[in-house]
Design a protein around this ligand. Structure first.
Ligand code: CMC
Length: 418
């Protein structure tokens, strides 16, 4: 086995080097503190591998993304979201019999306990659907036994019901119950857009596009929300409580919330006369907090493969629906101007999956407030796969260290002397 040598305090320590199946190299420092008293410092964990994982492979330099060894482009063109859920969680694509039994399990567990509907009455009318989603998912843990094997299926089946009910609540329409005769994505669209007074037909092109978008969001190895899930899950917390923390982590604008922020940015640029140069200059100005939302990624230093697929889907969907979206033109022009700019070239900043996803959601008639909820629906099988892997591998409690930089010991001063 290859070793790395660390020289510290006049001594050398041999550290084992672990190589993954795609030849990724990691220096194993498990013994570091015990042997030397020192720790590593890596704010934001940009250089830290927190686990061994067999779920998703990313090569950010080459723009490669694979789930369980399958290229994202292949899965996006040929698989369904339900197959991808199964693949991520169980490690293999399902056989026809496995797929059919998985689908029927997913339809059998879509209903919420009737009492849970009352929770929606307590949320204010303008409640953010992501906050409602997180709260509702956490409350599932009050209904089901923590160790029940059915919880994975329950979580997968119920999240879309919770999501659609949150939307209905936000617009004051009655909840539409799940229908077992519809497939996963059709059922979600039906619960979102149907009303009791009218017939609603799910558009096949919208169904197909949403299915693909969910596949593209399904996992992304140790991103902020997935690491949160592994962190919280490592304490032994139950599945529902753990997933609700993943939803909270995803809601931030630097993570899943970026898809909403991109649309606000594109709207602002349009209202300001579509002066792309001005906004690119703002993004480059260190004294200005503005960033080009939907641009840049911690891991991709090349095109995010998901962004290419989503951009093509946006073009296809608008064409099939015979619609145009001025924000799509703004986005394409902004991308062109940014990609020709030295600042973005030097830092290798490219559009990420959030840059075009909002355009697709808009074309489907989904409101901006639901964009990040859609991301959560897509990311759920990834969170579950990591939770399951972490438990099966019996990962240790996640508990990072720190370098303390506060005051040294000082005596307590009574309030009368301060
Ligand atoms: N606009 C302008 N400058 C940027 C941007 C941007 N969107 N992203 C990074 N930079 C600059 C940054 O200022 C820094 O410059 P310098 O070296 O001069 O200090 C350099 O590029 C490196 O940036 P960083 O902040 O160290 O990179 P990071 O890996 O910590 O951040 C990121 C990654 C995604 C948080 C960041 O690129 C960003 O804020 N992007 C906008 C938000 C966004 O689109 N988020 C969605 C991410 S993809 C979906 C997901 O996985 O959640």
């Amino acid at each position: 086995m290859t070793q790395a040598t660390l020289s510290l305090h006049d001594g050398d320590l041999a550290l084992p080097v672990r190589t993954g199946t795609e030849q990724e190299v990691g220096i194993d420092i498990t013994m570091l503190r015990g042997s030397t008293g020192a720790i590593t410092l890596d704010p934001g964990y940009g250089n830290t591998g927190s686990c061994l994982s067999a779920i998703t492979y990313i090569d950010g330099e080459a723009g490669v993304l694979r789930y369980r060894g399958y290229a994202i482009e292949d899965l996006a063109s040929h698989a369904s979201f339900v197959e991808v859920m199964y693949l991520l969680i169980h490690g293999e694509l399902p056989s026809a019999a496995q797929l059919s039994s998985f689908k029927s399990q997913l339809s059998l567990h879509t209903l919420l306990h009737e009492d849970m509907k009352k929770f929606y009455e307590g949320f204010p009318p303008r409640a953010q659907p992501m906050s409602v989603l997180s709260a509702m998912v956490a409350s599932l843990s009050t209904y089901y036994d923590a160790e029940d094997d059915l919880n994975f299926v329950r979580m997968l089946a119920k999240l879309k019901t919770i999501a659609a009910f949150s939307y209905k609540k936000s617009i004051g329409q009655p909840f539409i119950y799940p229908r077992n005769d519809l497939d996963f994505v059709e059922d979600f669209l039906h619960m979102m857009f149907a009303v009791p007074s009218e017939r609603y037909e799910v558009s096949p092109v919208v169904r197909r596009t949403l299915d693909m978008l969910l596949i593209l969001h399904a996992d992304h190895e140790q991103n902020c929300s997935t690491s949160t899930v592994r962190m919280v899950g490592s304490s032994g917390a139950d599945l529902f409580s753990t997933i609700s923390t993943g939803i909270s982590a995803l809601s931030g604008p630097l993570h899943g919330g970026a898809n909403t922020a991109v649309i606000s940015m594109l709207r602002a640029i349009r209202a300001d006369g579509a002066d792309y140069g001005k906004y690119v200059a703002k993004a480059k100005d260190r004294s200005d907090p503005f960033r080009l939302m939907g641009f840049g990624h911690r891991v991709y230093k090349n095109f995010d493969p998901r962004a290419r697929l989503i951009k093509a889907a946006a073009d296809r969907l608008l064409e099939e629906l015979d619609r145009t979206d001025p924000l799509l033109d703004i986005a394409k022009n902004l991308e062109r101007v940014a990609l020709e700019d030295e600042y973005f070239i030097k830092r290798r900043l490219y559009p990420n999956l959030d840059f075009y996803s909002g355009i697709v959601y808009r074309a489907m008639g989904l409101p901006t407030s639901m964009f990040t909820v859609l991301f959560a629906l897509g990311r759920l099988p990834g969170w579950i796969a990591h939770y399951k892997e972490m438990r099966e591998n019996r990962d240790r409690l996640h508990r990072p260290r720190q370098i303390y930089v506060g005051s040294t010991l000082r005596p307590y001063v009574p309030v009368s002397h301060r």
